[in-house]
Design a protein around this ligand. Structure first.
Ligand code: GDP
Length: 462
C-alpha cells in the first residue's frame, strides 16, 4: 500500500507536527525525510507539549516506528538531548531508527552558518544558525560525514584528516576564529556514535519492507514549500527540498511509494526570516494574530513571526509542485474575532496582473496583492471550538466555512482535515465524516451518490 506524505505549503510552522500526530494514530511508520534541527514540530497531547526538532512526530506513539531518513541532517548532540528528554518523561524511545546514510552536523557547519550569513549581506536568509545549510553544501560537495562514519574510529579519523584542514581554511578566510582539533572532534563524535548505535540502520530497507508488507507509512516533511531549495523563495529559504517528491530521495523509496499528499496550510501566513512577503500585515491585526496564534514565535529561535493574509498565488504554486491530493487547514480558530478576513487571489506588478508565483525574489518584492475579502467569524472560547471539532465541519461558523470552501475551490483540492485548536481533539477529520455520512446515506437506501467532502470543489478536482 502506498504511503502518505505530509508537507507544509507555506513557510513552515503550519502545524504539520499536529497533523502527522493525528494521522500517526493509523500509521505503522513515520519517516522524516528532509531538513534538520532547524525545524520545530509541536505536538500537544492533553496538557503535555512536545517540541521536536529531529525526532519524527510519531515518536510518542510507542507502536509506531519512527525513522530519520537519509535526507535529514542529523545533529547528534541535539538528537541525544531529545531522546534523553523523552526518556525522562517516561518514553522508552525504542521505536526509533536513523539512516546510516544521513549526514551529520559537525562543529564547522555551525561556525560556517554564522560566517556565511555575515558574508551574504542582503542575501542572508536569517537562518537558525544550526549549521544546516553548510551540511547540505558539504553533502553535495562530497565533504560530508555520515551516521555510518560515527560508528568506526578508523574511518572517522581518516575522513576528518582530509576534511578538517580544508574546512579550517574556509572558516578562517571568512573571519572565523574557532579551531577544529581533530582529536577532540573524533572523541566527541565517536561518543555520540556509540550512544546512537542502537538506532542506526539501513532505513531504506526498513521502509521498503514495511511498504511491501502493506504497512501504513507516513512521510513527514520539515519546513514548508516556500522554503524549499528548489521550489521555494530562493535564496530566502532552507537548503533541502521540502516538497513531497523529496520524500522518495530522502527516505530511499520509489515514487510509487507515495499515494497521497496532504498539504498543511495555516489559515493565514506567517514566517520568520528575511525575504519579500506580499501579504504581510503591517497594522495591529498582525499583533492580534501573533498573540492569539500562541505559537507565532519560531519554535527553534523564538523570533516573532512576520504575519500576513493567506496568499493563494503562493498556495497554487505549492499545490502544483507537491501534487497535492488533500488539504489540512490549521488555526481557523485564531482568525476568529476579526471583522474581515482577506486572502490574496492574484498579484499586480507595476499595474499588470502576475499570473503565477514568480521565480525571482526581486520581482516578488514588487508584487502587490489583489485581495478577496470575507466576513469574519466569532471569537469562540477553546471549549467551544473543541465542541465544534467533535460535531464536525457543519458546526463551523458559517463565514469560516465559506472561507474554507473558497480555499478548496481555488486550489482544486479537497479538505482532509480542519484544525481549530492545538490539541489532537481539536481536529475535524473530514475523511471519517464523509465515510460515516456515506454509510448513513447507504443505510437510508438513498440513490448511490459519491459523498462530497464539505469544502471540496463541486467540479472534478484533477
Ligand atoms: P510545524 O513545524 O508545521 O509542525 O508547526 P509548529 O509546531 O512549529 O507550529 C505550529 C503551532 O501551532 C504549534 O504550537 C501548534 O500546537 C499550533 N497549532 C497547530 N494547529 C493549530 C490550530 O488549529 N489552532 C491553534 N490555535 N494552534 C494550532
Amino acid at each position: 500500500m502506498p504511503g502518505t506524505a505530509v508537507v507544509g505549503l507555506q513557510f513552515g510552522d503550519e502545524g504539520k507536527g499536529k497533523i502527522v500526530d493525528v494521522l500517526a494514530e493509523e500509521a505503522n511508520l513515520v519517516v522524516r525525510f528532509n531538513g534538520g534541527a532547524n525545524a520545530g514540530h509541536t505536538v500537544q497531547v492533553g496538557a503535555e507539549k512536545f517540541a521536536f526538532r529531529l525526532l519524527p512526530s510519531g515518536i510518542i506513539r510507542p507502536k509506531v516506528l519512527n525513522v530519520i531518513g537519509n535526507g535529514v541532517a542529523v545533529d547528534p548532540g541535539q538528537l541525544l538531548e531529545e531522546v534523553d528528554d523523552l526518556r525522562k518523561r517516561g518514553y522508552a524511545v525504542d521505536n526509533l531508527r536513523i539512516s546510516d546514510r544521513a549526514h551529520v552536523v559537525m562543529p564547522w557547519h555551525k561556525a560556517l552558518d554564522a560566517l556565511e550569513e555575515e558574508a551574504k549581506g542582503g542575501l542572508a536568509a536569517e537562518t537558525t544558525r544550526r549549521g544546516i545549510g553548510p551540511v547540505f553544501e558539504d553533502k553535495v560537495g562530497r565533504w560530508g560525514i555520515r551516521m555510518c562514519d560515527l560508528l568506526d574510529n578508523v574511518v572517522l579519523r581518516r575522513k576528518l584528516e582530509s576534511i578538517v584542514p580544508a574546512k579550517q581554511k574556509v572558516a578562517t578566510a571568512l573571519g572565523g576564529t574557532e579551531t577544529f582539533a581533530i582529536d577532540r572532534v573524533v572523541s566527541q563524535y565517536r561518543e555520540h556514535g556509540e550512544r546512537l548505535r542502537e538506532f542506526v540502520a539501513d532505513t531504506s530497507l526498513v521502509v521498503n519492507d514495511a511498504l511491501k508488507r502493506g504497512k501504513t507509512v507516513l512521510f513527514e516533511g520539515a519546513q514548508g514549500t516556500l522554503l524549499c531549495v528548489d521550489h521555494g523563495l530562493y535564496p530566502y529559504g532552507t537548503s533541502s527540498a521540502c516538497v513531497a517528491g523529496a520524500a522518495t530521495v530522502g527516505a530511499g523509496v520509489g515514487p510509487q511509494a507515495i499515494g497521497r499528499v496532504v498539504g498543511v496550510v495555516k489559515a493565514f501566513t506567517s514566517r520568520v526570516g528575511a525575504g519579500p512577503f506580499p501579504t504581510q500585515i503591517e497594522d495591529k491585526t498582525a499583533e492580534y494574530l501573533r498573540e492569539r496564534g500562541g505559537g507565532e514565535y519560531g519554535t527553534v529561535t523564538r523570533r516573532p513571526r512576520r504575519i500576513g493574509w493567506l496568499d493563494m498565488v503562493m498556495l497554487r504554486h505549492s499545490a502544483r509542485v507537491n501534487g497535492l491530493t488533500d488539504l489540512a487547514v490549521t488555526k481557523i480558530d485564531v482568525l476568529g474575532g476579526l471583522e474581515t478576513v482577506k486572502a490574496a487571489k492574484a498579484y499586480k506588478r507595476f499595474g499588470k496582473r502576475v499570473p503565477e508565483f514568480p521565480a525571482d525574489s526581486f520581482a516578488l518584492a514588487d508584487c502587490k496583492p489583489v485581495y478577496e475579502e470575507f466576513d469574519g467569524w466569532e471569537d469562540l472560547p477553546a471549549p467551544e471550538w473543541r465542541r465544534i471539532a467533535r460535531k464536525g465541519s457543519r458546526s463551523l461558523p458559517k463565514n469560516g466555512r465559506t472561507y474554507l470552501e473558497w480555499i478548496s475551490r481555488t486550489l482544486e483540492v479537497p479538505f482532509a482535515f480542519v484544525s481549530v485548536g492545538q490539541g489532537r481533539e481539536d481536529t475535524i477529520d473530514l475523511r471519517k465524516q464523509s465515510q460515516s455520512r456515506g454509510s448513513q446515506a447507504r443505510r437510508r437506501r438513498s440513490p448511490a451518490k459519491s459523498p462530497r467532502r464539505p469544502g471540496s470543489p463541486r467540479r472534478a478536482s484533477r
